[in-house]
Design a protein around this ligand. Structure first.
Ligand SMILES: C[S@@+](CC[C@H](N)C(=O)[O-])C[C@H]1O[C@@H](n2cnc3c(N)ncnc32)[C@H](O)[C@@H]1O
Length: 252
């Protein structure tokens, strides 16, 4: 495993444990972006309270930077795949929307996150969801088997974003949609920030500019790529240089 991937895995193994603690009965959870108790960068308040109530979860289990389930109209019978599903919030919400007849899959490489997601699935009433162990560069699903690929603050963590986007294209059916929340680089970051492993695992250093992201989508074969920035991160040393974006594209 590369040094970057191990830094990412280890951060989210710890985050899974923290989420379990801060969501214990009687606690006061905080929504964070890429960390269990970190600053909110776009996710807070974007989930409907009735939908959260229906699966018995609060948005504080999210380490995301938005709500990708709001980006694509999910319909009964569809197959949804969440790249880097974490504690499982977006998978469980999607599973309810594609029921009856549909199914939601989440792929994640971190055992602790998969355990947490399966516990969250058990405590919800959702049965049409499956969490798979794997990487987003090598998704354990067949070609053309998915209607909608979602993801929430994960693709920036991959060392080879092009490989992830090609993999999303491979698993989508013709006409399938890519509907993702992710962090992007809005202005060049300081080289010392770019090289810091913890800033990579914290969804800062691995970000790429929108033009580069768009080129990867077009290069993989996607059409109608759209980007909408909905929040900027203002942590010290970053000052609006990265932001969370909603990204949509379609497989012809
Ligand atoms: C920032 S968290 C986001 C989790 C979830 N999407 C959410 O919104 O709460 C990143 C997640 O992606 C997973 N992850 C990161 N890189 C991955 C990769 N290359 N393959 C599979 N999973 C990955 C981590 O284990 C972690 O659960």
């Amino acid at each position: 495993m590369s040094e970057v991937r191990e830094a990412v895995r280890s951060r989210y193994a710890n985050a899974a444990k923290q989420i379990a603690v801060i969501n214990a009965p009687g606690s006061f959870p905080a929504a964070g972006c890429c960390q269990a108790d970190g600053p909110d960068c776009g996710c807070s308040g974007s989930y409907a309270s009735d939908e959260l109530k229906a699966i018995g979860l609060s948005e504080s289990v999210s380490l995301g930077c938005g709500n990708p389930t709001a980006l694509a109209k999910l319909e009964p019978g569809q197959i949804v795949l969440d790249l880097g599903s974490g504690a499982g919030l977006d998978v469980l919400l999607s599973a309810r929307r594609v029921s009856p007849g549909g199914h939601a899959y989440g792929v994640d490489m971190t055992d602790e996150m998969l355990e947490l997601a399966n516990r969250n699935k058990e405590s919800s009433s959702v049965t049409n969801a499956t969490f798979l162990k794997g990487t987003i560069e090598n998704v354990p699903l067949p070609d053309a088997s998915v209607d909608v690929v979602i993801s929430n603050c994960v693709i920036n963590l991959a060392e080879d974003k092009g490989a992830v986007i090609k993999e999303a294209f491979r698993v989508l059916r013709p006409g399938g949609r890519f509907a993702v929340a992710d962090m992007v680089e809005l202005e060049p970051l300081d080289p010392t920030v770019k090289q810091a492993l913890d800033a990579w695992a914290g969804c800062i250093s691995g970000t790429i500019p929108i033009d580069e992201y768009r080129a990867a989508l077009v290069g993989a074969g996607f059409e109608n790529a759209e980007f909408e920035i909905h929040a900027t991160e203002n942590a010290p040393g970053i000052d609006g240089k990265v932001g969370s974006a909603y990204i949509r594209a379609r497989k012809p």
